[in-house]
Design a protein around this ligand. Structure first.
Ligand code: TA6
Length: 300
């Protein structure tokens, strides 16, 4: 595939043998990243990580075979960056505008243990009722995938209240042989039951119908136990109080034109951030960060 670099590309950012600029799907600019232990693909569109795979392992992330890759459209799969709101908003796109904005690649630096760190930045003017803000997104590709999202309130006098979420789609071998642990006892809003507030009772959440749950005031690590791939995915997080678990199941999968009818069988979203009552409020000029670390181990 021809390597094409947009006008903004800066040669000094290159890391020969490790980071290559390419034309991705839909001719969107994509970075192909090769670390000592893994590979990744990241689009400037939404600073969207669409692929991460540790050497000799199945891909960690799910990406729909029928996703759109076009300006103004969200990519279905990988890690959508949800900012500055989560969910619907009157007259505005679902899940905010960060995931359909073009982010700037600011730097690429070698990191510890042969990892590669890439920093993306989005500067948003006052829009959609939000004061100006900047988002810096540090993606570190190595034996693990580390994501850190920092938001800075660019206003001189207004506070910034916002929601943030890394809406990660994980690849699983078979949703029917998958359990999600780490949420027992946590309160959640059940979006498939009128947003009723409930408390998780399962040691391991199993998916056998549409699941759409917003867990609040929860900071612990989550695990995805995949019996088909014999893999455990560990989702560690810092400064994130919300976790969302979503699988569209059959009917919703059929309703989504950018999602294959049977793709619900091979994915689950476990999303980390600060949404709803956990939203963040920043005084003028202040910043906040949260981070997520994704790792895998064999399922013993
Ligand atoms: O995080 C779960 C959720 O809010 C679901 O309700 C569903 O809408 C999903 O996000 C996908 O949203 P999207 O706008 O990407 O189709």
């Amino acid at each position: 595939m021809a390597s094409s670099k947009p006008a903004i590309w800066n040669e000094k950012l290159e890391l020969p043998g490790h980071v290559r600029f390419m034309e991705g799907v839909g001719d969107l600019s994509m970075l192909n990243v090769i670390s000592e232990r893994s590979t990744a693909e990241i689009y400037l569109h939404g600073a969207h990580v669409t692929h991460f795979q540790r050497n000799n392992e199945p891909p960690l992330l799910f990406l729909s075979q029928v996703s759109q890759f076009a300006d103004g459209k969200p990519i279905r799969g990988g890690i959508p960056v949800i900012l500055p709101w989560f969910g619907p908003r009157e007259g505005q796109p679902m899940h905010g505008f960060a995931r359909t904005s073009n982010w700037d690649l600011k730097e690429i630096v070698p990191a510890k243990n042969g990892a590669i760190a890439l920093r993306f930045r989005l500067e948003a003017d006052e829009t959609a009722g939000f004061p100006p803000f900047a988002a810096d997104y540090l993606v570190t590709v190595g034996d693990t995938l580390e994501l850190q999202l920092t938001v800075t309130n660019g206003s001189k006098d207004k506070e910034l209240s916002f929601e943030e979420c890394l809406h990660t789609y994980f690849h699983v071998g078979d949703i029917g042989a998958t359990g999600i642990t780490g949420l027992k006892g946590v309160s959640y809003l059940d979006k498939v039951d009128g947003f009723k507030q409930k408390t998780e009772t399962a040691d391991a959440i199993k998916v056998s119908s549409e699941v759409d749950r917003v867990y609040l005031d929860t900071t612990g690590a989550i695990e995805i136990h995949d019996a088909r791939l014999q893999r455990k995915i560990v989702i560690g997080k810092q400064n994130s109080a919300s976790t969302v678990v979503w699988n569209p199941w059959i009917a919703k999968a059929q309703q989504m034109s950018d999602f294959g009818d049977d793709e619900y069988l091979r994915m689950v979203c476990v999303e980390s951030g600060n949404v709803g009552k956990n939203k963040i409020t920043l005084a003028a000029g202040k910043s906040s960060s949260f981070s997520v670390t994704l790792s895998t181990t064999p399922l013993m």
